[in-house]
Write a protein that binds this ligand. Structure first.
Ligand code: FAD
Ligand code: NAD
Length: 467
């Protein structure tokens, strides 16, 4: 029997960050992970998907130079892609980061146990691995079991029907790629596969793509899909899929009631993710639930004393940086600090083409809260750096939302190439309660995309220079 001060279950960005911080604080800490350190995010999520998206973008840029482009670059032959090699390159990045997480845990003196943890009561679990079983009893438990792909009733994964995990490790580019669900994963990966040559069809149940995002922000992505020949069925349902080992024949009911047959080499199901609450003895722990998620308070404390839960297990947004922030906070709480989880805003980024970022309130959300707001927008088409990176013509812009009375920033959104890298400044502004005047008085380096943010702020104050 291992007795420990802190037991962390799950080695994803929630759990491993919690464990490292607990170790740094000198707390005796054990981390249990059944698969590989890094969790969904590092092994089969954020990191590998962004690597694949990068490779696809590079291939697409080369493809567009065949026969000559506006920059004067000519490729005489079409580029080719060996997806097996791309996947090996991606795997090497994953392996390196996975090793890095292990080293950081060792440095923090965290004991890592490989195996599946099953609880018999709220503070006791048994970890089973090939080598046998070990029982752990802890004073404090941090549950960071994460999430898994939601499935569609009647459409089990297998053969050509895949989840994002398999999509990130294909050995050849599927000729015809059917995506079910036009959310984050469906569109990020659908875009990447289109860029490397797949014929892509997207089936989305709601009336528009990325339905949880503000429509003005998603319009440039919709236009990219149209321009790139991606077929998108909105308000549509996948009714049936007949499959062989190699291909699938899907029947799609479109919004107007027509039945459309789509043949696909791969069907990627991306209809959301669900918290992983089964198969590890949660029912023995007597913790309250909040729908499918574990219920926690603003200290990530469950209804059971000294049992904390973080990350995808506790609700939206199911994002890696939220999981990590909660993990760090819980470790500090256990270490004796007074903390609570109350960020002003959690940024979200969608790595489509173009990229979308949002922090804080959109204009519609400000209105719903009866807040009088100034809304101002600046287009990347008027930003020199964007034009010089071929990124000014995709309809992208930065938008700021600020209170009319005291000019405090409520929200910042942007759509455009490379905008993911602007999100740090946006989040800082919101978290620190910046006023439009604070940003207006901050000198933004030239030539950078950040000047579009500065100009949006100036426009909010009624005196933009470059528009
Ligand atoms: P997870 O990362 O899911 O980790 C949980 C870990 O717990 C797993 O490793 C699992 O093996 C382990 N585990 C569970 N139960 C047990 C048990 N009983 N015993 C032992 N081990 C157990 N988020 C972003 O912020 N940005 C992105 O760009 C992004 N891209 C994504 C792309 C894809 C394709 C996917 C699928 C997700 C993406 N996400 C992204 C979401 C992100 O991966 C999750 O929000 C994040 O991984 C959640 O972290 P977590 O620590 O809560 O859980
Ligand atoms: P999602 O919630 O983003 O999108 C799911 C989509 O599927 C929605 O548009 C929904 O309307 C649609 N849908 C649901 N049922 C359907 C059906 N029967 N037929 C057709 N469409 C249907 O979920 P996801 O793309 O699976 O991603 C899961 C989570 O992973 C995200 O919510 C996010 O938290 C995380 N993630 C984040 C990033 C990022 O931060 N860049 C990237 C990928 C994933």
């Amino acid at each position: 029997m291992i007795r420990t001060k802190v037991l962390v279950v799950g080695g994803g960005p929630g759990g491993y960050v919690a464990a490292i911080r607990a170790g740094q604080l000198g707390l005796d800490t054990v981390l249990v992970e059944a698969e590989r350190l890094g969790g969904t995010c590092l092994i089969r999520g954020c990191i590998p998907s962004k690597a694949l998206i990068h490779a696809a973008g590079k291939f697409d840029a080369m493809r567009r130079s065949v026969g000559g482009d506006a920059l004067g670059i000519t490729l005489r032959e079409a580029p080719s892609i060996d997806l097996r090699k791309t996947v090996l390159w991606k795997d090497a990045i994953v392996d390196r980061l996975n090793g890095g997480v292990g080293a950081l845990l060792r440095k923090a003196k965290v004991r890592v146990l490989e195996g599946w943890a099953t609880f018999s009561d709220a503070k006791t679990c048994t970890v089973r691995a090939d080598g046998g079983a070990e029982t752990i009893r802890a004073e404090h438990v941090i549950l960071a079991n994460g999430s898994e792909p939601a499935s569609l009733p009647g459409l089990e994964l297998g053969g050509p029907v895949i989840s994002s995990a398999e999509a990130l490790s294909l050995d050849r580019v599927p000729g015809r790629f059917l995506v079910v669900g036009a959310g984050y994963i469906g569109l990020e990966l659908g875009t990447a596969f289109r860029k490397i040559g797949s014929e892509v069809t997207v089936v989305e149940a709601r009336e528009r793509i990325l339905p949880n995002w503000d429509e003005l922000l998603t319009n440039p992505v919709r236009r990219w899909l149209e321009r790139s020949g991606v077929t998108v069925h909105l308000g549509a349902r996948l009714e049936a899929v007949a499959r062989t080992e190699l291909a699938a024949e899907a029947m799609v009911r479109t919004a107007d009631g027509a039945a459309v047959r789509v043949t696909a080499d791969k069907v990627l199901v991306t209809v959301g993710r669900k918290p992983r609450t089964q198969g590890w003895g949660l029912e023995t722990m007597a913790v309250d639930m909040d729908g499918p998620f574990l219920r926690v308070d603003d200290r990530c404390q469950t209804s059971m004393r000294d049992v904390f839960a973080i990350g995808d297990l506790v609700g939206e947004p199911m994002l890696a940086h939220k999981a990590s922030a909660q993990g760090e906070m819980v470790a500090e709480l256990i270490g004796g600090a007074r903390r609570h989880f109350d960020p002003v805003a959690i940024p979200a980024v969608c790595f489509t083409d173009p990229e979308i970022v949002t922090v804080g309130l959109s204009p519609a959300e400000a209105e719903e809260r009866a807040l009088q707001a100034i809304v101002a927008q600046f287009p990347f088409a008027a930003n020199g750096r964007a034009l010089g990176m071929e990124a000014g013509e995709d309809g992208g812009f930065v938008r700021v939302v600020a209170r009319s009375d005291d000019h405090r920033m409520l929200g910042i959104q942007a759509v455009g190439a490379h905008v993911s890298e602007l999100v740090g400044e946006f989040t800082l502004a919101i978290e620190m309660g910046a006023l439009l005047e604070d940003l207006a008085g901050t000198i933004h380096a030239h030539p950078t995309l950040t000047e579009a943010f500065h100009e949006a702020v100036l426009r909010g104050l009624g005196h933009a220079i470059h528009i």
